[in-house]
Design a protein around this ligand. Structure first.
Ligand code: SAH
Ligand code: SF4
Ligand code: F3S
Length: 468
């Protein structure tokens, strides 16, 4: 039993991060024979990718995946803490699972991911959800086979969550959701401590993967026919800082570019660490896509300061302008409304910034207080109706600019990586280099390839076209 602590999760040690390879104990290899698992994932791409590793480990233990929770012998929830909504969904799901477990007593249930790292959540599970078999965190994903094997023997609730980050584990088996696009972690954790955000506590200290391990993973993906990689990290622009003295994200991108993978994206960029070299590398390399997700969060300097974002709207605009000078670039963002103390004037500054940047698209959120973060201790006296109304106004503006940027594409032809059949009958779908969704008429054997598509219609969230 190892229970997480808020105090420990805050600390940053100077100890060197260990790197080791995943090994599956041979005793666990047939543990899943004739057994089915159901996995539900909440949260960001990082969690989705962790789930690909969870599936990989379970498959190497011979478990079979099912999409219906009623059929499963093992249910695992990979959870997210970012907003209350994600939190409530996972607890709601636990409620449903409880009923299942009453009927099927040998069902095993596990919870992992960011919520598992929260002291408050673990306490609640210990009090109210004792039927859960085991809980493990983001720092010991690779403990899954061992914990699962233990639970087959002893059904009593086991909590195995470490607040301090663990080793970097290479070569965890992976079952990828796509045959054409792949996520590749380049940096774990986050040291930015934006005042509203729980991630630095749930994902630990910033740790870069070795460049040779990343490059090897991409080379293998190229051999397997992958067309696109998305390099993942909470702040990819910090890549290398903890590991090398003169090797940064721009250098890594250049090295990955040489693998000849047709498309490289990276997520997410904190504006504060965006170097000029990085701007140049995006500009000058065809396979480093002209697409940057650059979360701004707010347009008022007072709020940005309270958020601990360490840039001002002026420096953000300066960076934005540099990027915008790259031909055909698409820039997207994240915005939070209703941060504690946000006045109508502050909010209007956010609208002004959106009017300036005219983003291709944006994710917008109402501020959600997260337990134990500095912002959750600030007085928040803005009524929910006001926050909702601000979100509505913001979304109207965001959608207007999304539509405008899509309209500019009308009549032109773009490269689209075709992912499959669209929900609309006899159509295919895929994404442009700038990450725009296109539904189009095309040949079925184009699936998995990059083809030319002419844009015939533009909406706020997608484009229609035909293969040429
Ligand atoms: N590392 C990324 C963001 C990860 S979280 C970055 O720094 O940009 C994704 C988005 O969720 C954030 O950009 C932010 O807009 C939003 N978010 C994070 N914490 C939040 C909170 N407490 N309430 C509402 N939105 C939040
Ligand atoms: Fe959260 Fe800020 Fe880190 Fe992004 S950079 S994960 S918003 S603390
Ligand atoms: Fe959620 Fe954790 Fe990602 S809190 S957004 S799953 S890093």
């Amino acid at each position: 039993m190892k229970i997480p602590s808020y105090e420990e999760a805050k600390k940053r040690s100077h100890e060197k991060v260990k790197i080791r390879n995943f090994e599956l104990d041979k005793d666990y290899k047939n543990l899943g024979l004739n057994k089915k698992f159901f996995l539900k994932t909440y949260g960001c791409q990082m969690n989705e990718h962790d789930s690909e590793n969870i599936k990989g480990m379970l498959q190497s233990m011979n478990f079979t995946e099912v999409d219906n929770m009623e059929e499963a012998d093992f249910i695992i929830l990979n959870t997210c803490s970012i907003r209350e909504n994600a939190h409530n969904k996972a607890f709601g799901m636990l409620g449903r699972i409880k009923h299942l477990k009453e009927k099927k007593t040998n069902l095993l249930v596990a919870l992992c991911g960011c919520m598992a790292q929260e002291e408050g959540v673990v306490k609640e599970i210990l009090k109210k959800y004792k039927f859960v078999n085991f809980v493990f965190g983001t720092h010991n994903l690779d403990d899954l086979p061992k914990l699962l094997a233990n639970s087959f023997e002893n059904q009593k609730l086991n909590i195995e969550v470490y607040s301090r980050e663990g080793d970097i584990v290479e070569d965890i088996p992976v079952v990828r959701d796509s045959k054409y696009k792949a996520f590749v972690n380049i940096i774990y954790g986050c040291d930015k401590f934006c005042t509203y955000c729980i991630v630095p506590y749930t994902r630990g200290k910033q740790r870069s993967r070795r460049r040779e391990d990343i490059i090897k993973e991409v080379e293998d993906l190229v051999k397997d026919g992958y067309k696109e990689v998305t390099l993942l990290g909470q702040n990819v622009n910090a890549y290398g800082k903890d590991l090398y003295s003169d090797y940064e994200l721009a250098d890594l991108l250049l090295d990955i570019s040489k693998t000849n993978i047709p498309r490289i994206r990276f997520l997410t960029s904190h504006p504060w660490d965006f170097s000029d070299k990085l701007v140049e590398v995006i500009k000058n390399n065809k396979n480093i896509l002209n697409f940057v997700h650059l979360p701004v969060q707010a347009g008022s300097n007072r709020i940005l300061k309270l958020m601990g974002r360490r840039y001002t709207k002026e420096t953000y605009k300066e960076l934005f302008d540099k990027l915008k000078s790259i031909d055909g670039i698409s820039i997207t963002t994240d915005i939070i409304v209703g941060f504690p103390g946000e006045t109508e004037e502050d909010f209007e500054e956010t609208l002004d910034l959106v009017n300036y940047c005219k983003y291709d698209s944006a994710y917008t959120f109402i501020y959600s207080p997260r337990e134990n973060t500095p912002a959750s201790k600030l007085k928040d006296d803005i009524p929910l109706e006001v926050k909702e109304e601000r979100l509505y106004r913001l979304n109207e503006l965001i959608n207007k600019y999304s539509k405008e940027s899509n309209m500019k594409m009308l009549g032109n032809t773009y490269d689209v990586l075709v992912e499959g059949k669209s929900l609309k009958e006899s159509m295919l779908f895929g994404y442009t280099e700038t990450n725009k969704l296109v539904n189009f008429k095309g040949k079925e054997d184009s699936i998995g390839k990059i083809v030319k598509v002419k844009i015939l219609d533009a909406k706020s969230f997608s484009l229609d076209g035909e293969e040429v």
